[in-house]
Design a protein around this ligand. Sequence first.
Ligand code: SF4
Length: 369
Amino acid sequence: MDFIDHIKDINWSDIADKIYSKNSSDVERALAADRPSVDDFMALISPAASGYVERMAVMSNRLTQKRFGKTVQLYVPLYLSNYCENQCVYCGFNSGLKIPRKVLTIEEVKEEAIAISKMGFKHILLVTGESSKKADVDYLEEVFKTIKPYFSLISIEVQPLSQNDYERLLKVGLHTVYIYQETYNSNTYSNYHLKGKKSSYSGRLDTYEKLGRAGVYKMGLGILAGLEDWRVDTLFTALHLRYLQKRYWRTKYSISFPRLRPNAGGYEPSFVMTDKDLAQLIFAYRIFDNDVELALSTREDRLFRDNMINLGVTSMSAGSKTNPGGYAQDNDDLEQFSVNDDRTPVEVAEAIKDHGYEPVWKDWDSSLQ
Ligand code: SF4
């Protein structure tokens, strides 16, 4: 039974009612649990837990250090293309927007790879808009072969591919695939995703099954905070995580926490997630799952990111450019969104060291591949 069948009888508003009816006894029980259940997680993300955030931070710090040591993995995104066939109302790459478009040539990819590797990174995340016409699997395979000499770990955040295509990229060094459902609210999903393949809620969800069957090493999940009530959306993400862990148990998992940022589309969030909410969520995830990677991007500002270094986050991007060709050249009018932490990788690494943590440029997981 796929995840879509698994959640077909789970009602969005019933989940909301359950979350908002949690009280301090439920939170205390969740904090005392050896292995917190999804119901405990519900208590930890509820408004009732907002008075427990400091206690949750202490637990999150202890559990993260126990499992990951005092380390933070660093990675950098390389935007290959801003062509997209979808129309997501919240995104600057939306195909309905008249913006300059570009797909990097293989020669340009090599220039970017050299510029990035000189910064010290060994983990790179390849990002594209979702266009199989402009950046198909043949192109991606060529990119992998070109940049392989410069990086020990290559991840992607591109359009959903077929199981065969994922298997093909695994053969040339694919490690992690990040793909975001954006919202699990099937009733409103189409309000945000107007056209293109991404407008299919079930098609999007099915991608995770393809990744699991292909045997990808790590899968990254997440919602876009700002579209729907983050508490309810996060609960569905936790259900998805547990389902995937059980069914595709060889795969590792990562959770990201993107919040809406200013973009060329000018879309404003309908549901605000404050810094305190996001901190509560990060701590809740760590208490719920001691092993999952928790990733924080440069969408967040330096103060918030620095505060999270020793409180649960295990992976951070740094020095990010969100436009194709942003490292070797510079062309800001091609960017997907504006970043909130524009420090150089060295500055981010120094901040990590200042917290008594070690910045890790190479993910040693890759040596197990
Ligand atoms: S969010 Fe992704 S799929 Fe949607 S418009 Fe932007 S690049 Fe395209």
